[in-house]
Write a new protein. Sequence first.
Length: 445
Amino acid sequence: MSGPQESSMDLFENDDLSFKQRPLADRMRPRTLDDFVGQDRLLAPGKSLRKTIEAGRLSSILFWGPPGVGKTTLAEIIAVTSKSRFYSFSAVTAGVKEVRDVALKARQDLKFADVRTILFLDEIHRFNKAQQDYLLPHVEKGDLILIGATTENPSFEVNSALLSRLRVFIFDPLQPLAVRTILLRALKDNIRGLGQHNLEIDDSGMDLLVSLAGGDARTALNILEAAANLVDAKPQKIIDASVAQEAAQRRNLLYDKQGEEHYNLISALHKSLRDSDPDAGLYWMGRMLEGGEDPLFVARRLVRFASEDVGLTAPQALEQAVAAFHACTFIGMPECALALAQVVVYLALAPKSNSLEAAYIAVKKEIGESGALPPPIHLRNAPTSFMKQIGYGKGYKYAHDFPDAQVDQEHMPEKLEGRKFYHPTDRGFEKSLKERLEDRRKSKA
């Protein structure tokens, strides 16, 4: 959490040397509306959002748009312009406690010092319904000004009650000219940027950097910084297309929860658990959660794994996985991460069996081949006298009327009499089920 900030110097930089150690993208954040590049549809002179900011007529708002287009930066500029106290959280790591603490301080500051408070909540869609509901009374009463930011469609990810109280502004990906302006500014700035390194960039390097950025200023500056490190020690400090490409390849891949990496990571998690490796399981789970994955998606896959790869060797596996899913629904991130971690370790160390999956696959195959076979007549329901007259339910043996509740009667369609789908393993609790099933089948034979 960043503490309350009351000036541009406090908010955007420190007096100590640590400022120079920050990533280039962080150092180059615009400090004023005039420095802000892009989003002219919202912030050009005379536009409604700009006039609202300059006039200090603040209300709770929501910024919706892709990463790296200025949502966080604009929130900071608003705080400086309005001389408000500023608290910044990510919904990935914050919870109700942090919001409660800020709300309490905000009421006191407004009452005794006449100072407004801005709570910036990045990735607000990561708050679950209960957490979003907690924001409602504070927004309604005006105790604080909420600025939410999201990359997801708020119609689906933000509660309708909260959304109705927020003014939504849609941010667009940065245009190539805007990205080019940001890169050139960083190359020339002697204080916050790379000006002291005397770097040059040719047209091929600039064009590739702009293309690789995809409208994301943060990505553009991150690649530029990596490229600067590659050429800084060379006699010719020129960033061309080859340098830009190498720098881009050295950047860590972002976790795209809609793309290939999404499926690669969940596959790595599943296979690590199947191979009984809890450390790798925890790592891949962490990669997804810290990369912004919906914890409910992870929980759903763990529920599936509990039946697919553990099954009846450890029946508690499904209970653990379902409990973790419920934990994610009512406490959300970051608290539910430990519930998921508990299940990951349990599933990794549980004895493994895919007998349930194999049985169901065999059932599906049989149904596809043999069609809708009728049940034996003695198993059919007979709620009317006519159905009884034609034989429905005739000869049915009620198990509880027999020793050990065991009866000898056929339950499969006539065409499938004697067919076996479930073949238990000798592992875990399933071993005892196998012994019981074999005894039952021998007795029936």
